[in-house]
Design a binder for this molecule. Structure first.
Ligand SMILES: [Zn+2]
Length: 46
């Protein structure tokens, strides 16, 4: 998972980002719908 504030890669067991202090919700999906769409487009084009 990645910090929604600074984008640093985080351990899923972390409750907050050690780099910027942003609280992270483990149950929340950190990947926006737009990013998922782009990922699907890559799969289709390749
Ligand atoms: Zn952060």
């Amino acid at each position: 998972m990645y910090c929604p504030n600074c984008g640093s890669e985080l351990n899923e067991k972390m409750n907050f980002c050690p780099y910027c202090g942003q609280a992270v919700q483990k149950t929340a999906t950190t990947i926006p719908a737009v990013t998922t769409g782009e990922y699907r487009l890559v799969l289709v084009s390749s």
